[in-house]
Design a protein around this ligand. Sequence first.
Ligand SMILES: [Zn+2]
Length: 70
Amino acid sequence: MAPRALSLRELAERLRILEERVARLEAKRAPPGDGRAASAPPRAGPRCEGCGLPLRKRRGRCAECGRPLA
Ligand SMILES: [Zn+2]
């Protein structure tokens, strides 16, 4: 792919695909031999819709990305 500026639409699509991949990785256990297989059990609880990280509230916003909480 030739280097060029990505459009917002392309970035959004890439982000969506990556989020789906992360969701699958988090839902399933890592393959045997993968160092992540021995990692801590999946964390429950709400996640920020903006950055996808476990939600840590700060002044009504996500502490990581600053997205206002609904
Ligand atoms: Zn966030």
